[in-house]
Ligand binder design. Sequence first.
Ligand code: NAG
Ligand code: NAG
Ligand code: NAG
Ligand code: NAG
Ligand code: NAG
Length: 258
Amino acid sequence: MDSKVFVLCFCAVFVAAEAIEMNLTNEWKQDIGWEIYCSWRIPNGDSLQSVRLHQNNQQFLIFRPETDGDSRVLVTRRLTDVLTTNCALSKEDRQMGTCVLTFELYQPQKQGFMITCEVSGERPYFRMENKTIYVDKYVPSTDAALRVVSQNKDTGRVTLNCTSSGVPGPNLTWTILGQQKIPHDFTGVSWNATSKLWDAWSVLTYTSNADTTAVCTPEVSTAGRLVKGKSAEYNSAECSRGLVALIVSAALYLVLVR
Ligand SMILES: *[C@@H]1O[C@H](CO)[C@@H](O)[C@H](O)[C@H]1NC(C)=O
Ligand SMILES: *[C@@H]1O[C@H](CO)[C@@H](O)[C@H](O)[C@H]1NC(C)=O
Ligand SMILES: *[C@@H]1O[C@H](CO)[C@@H](O)[C@H](O)[C@H]1NC(C)=O
Ligand SMILES: *[C@@H]1O[C@H](CO)[C@@H](O)[C@H](O)[C@H]1NC(C)=O
Ligand SMILES: *[C@@H]1O[C@H](CO)[C@@H](O)[C@H](O)[C@H]1NC(C)=O
């Protein structure tokens, strides 16, 4: 009785320690879209029987080294994207390998999606492991950038254009440092087919003086949270100070050259 329990426990521990190890990760690739990696390592004495890939619970690829050889590439052209899947063994003993899924976006991503990777070993163990990843419709906003569109030295009126990109296109909010939020004058957002991101911009005209700093912050609400990107600031005094520094260094340069 005791020895039976011992054997059972031993087996359970043995099997748990000798499971298929796999990783499923995703990454945003600038100017392409999403890249998803499924990699596996099968315990010694076993080898890969198959890898099945599913999108939103629908199988779209099966990689079977016995019939496919060391690798399999599948290109699926769809209305919104081109999906290239490249599965390959990285070792001859069929124990390690990776499938790389590249989603090249041709239209803005409409919704998140789910990818499942299922890795199976050979008989007699019939090991099986699967993982699912949810790829959200979200790419963090780029740092805000400010451009002075126009400036009136006499009145202090300045027009700024703030830009930031992401998925979805961020809301750009304006504050005069230490004061309340102020509304923008014009704003726009458009999908950039090169970067695959939404480019957002916002224009503000206000009366600036040495004491006012205008701050533009990209904001996105995602999964019930408000995520703020890196702000950009404008202060007319800094510009004048920058100008003074430039003049001083130019004068210094002239003195030194002479
Ligand atoms: C899975 O990820 C971990 C941590 O990055 C790494 O140490 C391990 O080698 C990976 N395993 C496979 C099968 O890729
Ligand atoms: C994935 O693995 C879980 C256990 O981790 C199992 O319950 C589930 O049935 C598996 N799904 C598929 C599609 O094999
Ligand atoms: C602000 O900048 C964006 C991006 O460069 C541009 O598309 C937009 O027309 C600009 N808006 C104004 C009012 O200058
Ligand atoms: C689109 O994004 C690229 C960067 O990937 C940038 O160089 C280009 O100016 C953007 N296009 C427009 C119309 O803003
Ligand atoms: C921008 O703000 C509006 C109004 O508050 C909100 O409905 C929208 O979801 C926001 N956009 C993003 C990308 O968070």
